[in-house]
Design a binder for this molecule. Structure first.
Ligand code: NAP
Length: 85
């Protein structure tokens, strides 16, 4: 079956930006998944939001997590790639 709504992935959902963007995406009826680095707190996410926990440095896990995703929203103000963030 053809999908009619995009899937949005949010990185940094616990930040100032992510805490505003995720509920807004859900309210807009968009399929939303948050990607959380391994070892971090997931915290609360709105009902229906998929949570994917992965090792930031694991490229193939990252690729798999983004396979069905149409848009990535990257919230954190800096990007550090290492196995512990
Ligand atoms: N206009 C305003 O009033 C206002 C206010 C605040 C921020 N901002 C701006 O909004 C932008 C984002 O700020 P923010 O507070 O939303 O986010 P942030 O403080 O930069 O990051 C917090 C979120 O990003 C994750 N994160 C942080 N560093 C990461 C890294 N290296 N790799 C992966 N994930 C990481 C954190 O997860 P963990 O739990 O894993 O750490 C957390 O979910 C910034 O540019 C900031 O200047 C604007």
């Amino acid at each position: 079956m053809t999908r009619t709504t995009p899937i949005i992935a949010v990185l940094g959902h616990r930040g100032w930006l992510g805490q505003r963007v995720v509920p807004a995406l859900v309210q807009a009826g968009l399929t939303t998944k948050v990607i959380v680095r391994k070892g971090s707190e997931v915290g609360e996410v709105p009902h229906g939001v998929e949570v994917v926990i992965l090792d930031w440095a694991n490229t193939s896990a990252f690729t798999d997590a983004l396979r069905d995703v149409d848009v990535v929203m990257y919230g954190p103000s800096r990007m550090v790639i290492s196995s512990n963030g």
